[in-house]
Each structure stands twice: as structure tokens, then as C-alpha cells.
Design a binder for this molecule. Structure first.
Ligand SMILES: [Zn+2]
Length: 89
């Protein structure tokens, strides 16, 4: 018997993915997680995976990150809107 088969099924667990993509509000400098509706005035910018797909892509493409774009983000703190262009860090 191999070592892997000795692991009881009850020790298996499911994984979860937690991604955060940060921007500073250009109006008030509030740190916003684009994937957290609580930070973006209750708006889900990642409908149909729009934001995550742009951010992750193949994981390495620099060109893809220059094209990263999220429009009409509303800051929960000051309620001003702005666009995000580029993912640089
Ligand atoms: Zn703000």
C-alpha cells in the first residue's frame, strides 16, 4: 500500500480561493479591494469573473496587466467614482 492510500478520507478538505485586488481611491486615498462589494459602494465589479480574469489571466503576462481596466468604481468612503487602469504591483 502506498503512503497516499493510508490517508483516511475524513482528512480531505475543500480549498477556497481568496483574492484581493487593491486600489487607493484617487479622491480620498481610501484603500479599496475591487473584489469586496463593501469597499465599492455595494457594486460587484467581478460579475462573470471580469476583474479576476483580467488580473490573473495566464498569471504572468505584463501586457495583460497594462490592459487591466475597471470602470466606474465608486468608493464606499467618499462615494466618488473613478476608473482603474493598469495593474502594476
Ligand atoms: Zn474615496
Amino acid at each position: 500500500m502506498t503512503k497516499n492510500l493510508d490517508i483516511p478520507m475524513k482528512e480531505a478538505t475543500d480549498a477556497y480561493l481568496d483574492i484581493e485586488i487593491f486600489v487607493n481611491c484617487p479622491h480620498c486615498d481610501f484603500l479599496i479591494d475591487l473584489l469586496n462589494e463593501g469597499d465599492t459602494n455595494n457594486h460587484n465589479h467581478n460579475e462573470e469573473g471580469h476583474v479576476i480574469r483580467q488580473a490573473c489571466g495566464d498569471g504572468l503576462s505584463v501586457d495583460l496587466h497594462k490592459q487591466f481596466e475597471v470602470n466606474n468604481v465608486t468608493c464606499s468612503e467618499c462615494e466618488n467614482a473613478f476608473n482603474v487602469k493598469g495593474l502594476t504591483r
